[in-house]
Each structure stands twice: as structure tokens, then as C-alpha cells.
Design a protein around this ligand. Structure first.
Ligand code: SAM
Length: 190
């Protein structure tokens, strides 16, 4: 199985007016993504933000849990938060994966919209099992990833469809559901 890396992108994303912006980091996103990634064996979850104050905030949060009092009280949370890595851009995440694995990642984007040519989850799972390159799956914040991001990726995944037309999930739910579809133990369903 190829390693699947995750990135939570805070820039470039859209705001509700459709402008490209840098969104703010959310404490809950960092905790929940770290815990989900740890559960599903994701090697690194990148927190992408070019804003220095937001990088500092993310470092302050993680160091409380990794080196500070938080980790002493809840050692398993320390374990999870070690998975997070703050980087400036999506490209820096790709560079970091290259340094770790010697291979450039195949980059996929996620969205709640159905895009032409999007990859079915079963196909994405097959590629993860078949390829010997790492993968990087991008998730948006704000109102989702900016169009420029989709132009740069190697593919986009089908949305999680929901069952009655509504499918606008929090990023935390979307990450967990997609990880279970792509990496989860199928035998556990039987
Ligand atoms: N602040 C918001 C929150 O978490 O409530 C962030 C919303 S942002 C648009 C949610 C991100 O989760 C999307 O950019 C996408 O990456 C992913 N996402 C949400 N719903 C999805 C769906 N149905 N299928 C696939 N990905 C989805």
C-alpha cells in the first residue's frame, strides 16, 4: 500500500463571496485530523498556511500537547499531534514527502462538488494499493479549495455523496470518511 499523506489547506481557499483568501487555523481541526490520521496510519498531516502568526499559533498548540503539560496529562494525544507538520505551501508538503520517500507524490484534491473526470473511491483505493509512489490528498477550509489548486493536482476524488442531496461536511468528518473509504479495513464490514 502506498503511503497516503493528508494536507489541510488554509491557502489558497475560497471565502463565501468566492474570493481567494487565507483562512484561520482551528484548534478542533488540528486535534481531530491528528487523531484520525493516527488511527488510519497516515504518516504526516500537513497544516498548510503561509501566514506567520497562524504558523506560530499552530506551533504553540502542538507544542502544548507534544512538549508541554497537555502531553503529560494525555500521552495518547501527544502521539497523535506529532503527526502534524506546519508548512507554508502545498508545494512545500510535496517537497517534504520527496525528502522522506525519494518520490514525488501523486496529488489529489477533495471537494463536495461532483467534478467531471473525478476518481471513484474504489478506483482511488485500487491506485493506492497498486502504485509505488506516495499520495497527497488535499482538504479545504473556508468555502473549499480555490480553483487554482484543482488545476495543479493530478486528480480529484468523487465527493462523498450523502443520501438526500445534502453533502456539505465539516472538513473533520470528510477526512475521516474518506480515510475509511481509502484505507479502512474492508473485512471489518463483514
Ligand atoms: N470550516 C469548514 C468546516 O470544517 O466546517 C470547512 C469547510 S471546507 C469547504 C470542507 C472541506 O472538506 C472541503 O474543502 C473538502 O475538502 C472536504 N469535504 C466536505 N464535504 C465533502 C464531501 N461531501 N466529499 C468530499 N470532501 C468533502
Amino acid at each position: 500500500m502506498a503511503p497516503l499523506y493528508i494536507a489541510l489547506v488554509h491557502y489558497p481557499v475560497l471565502n463565501r463571496m468566492g474570493d481567494t483568501i487565507a483562512s484561520a487555523i482551528t484548534n478542533l481541526d488540528l486535534h481531530d485530523l491528528a487523531r484520525s490520521c493516527c488511527t488510519y496510519g497516515v504518516p504526516v498531516c500537513y497544516i498548510v498556511t503561509p501566514l506567520r502568526d497562524q504558523q506560530a499559533l499552530a506551533h504553540r498548540l502542538t507544542s502544548h500537547w507534544i512538549d508541554g503539560k497537555g502531553g503529560e496529562i494525555l500521552p495518547e494525544r501527544r502521539e497523535a499531534l506529532k503527526i502534524l507538520k506546519v508548512v507554508e505551501t502545498i508545494s512545500s508538503a510535496g517537497e517534504d514527502i520527496f525528502e522522506k520517500t525519494g518520490k514525488r507524490p501523486i496529488v489529489w484534491a477533495s471537494t463536495a462538488r461532483k467534478e467531471p473526470g473525478a476518481l471513484a473511491h474504489a478506483r482511488a483505493r485500487f491506485l493506492l494499493e497498486d502504485e509505488d509512489r506516495p499520495f497527497l490528498l488535499l482538504f479545504g477550509t473556508g468555502w473549499g479549495l480555490a480553483p487554482a489548486v484543482f488545476e495543479e493536482t493530478d486528480g480529484v476524488l468523487d465527493p462523498i455523496p450523502g443520501i438526500n442531496g445534502y453533502n456539505h461536511l465539516s472538513v473533520r468528518s470528510a477526512v475521516s470518511i474518506l480515510m475509511d473509504r481509502l484505507l479502512g479495513d474492508r473485512d471489518a464490514l463483514e
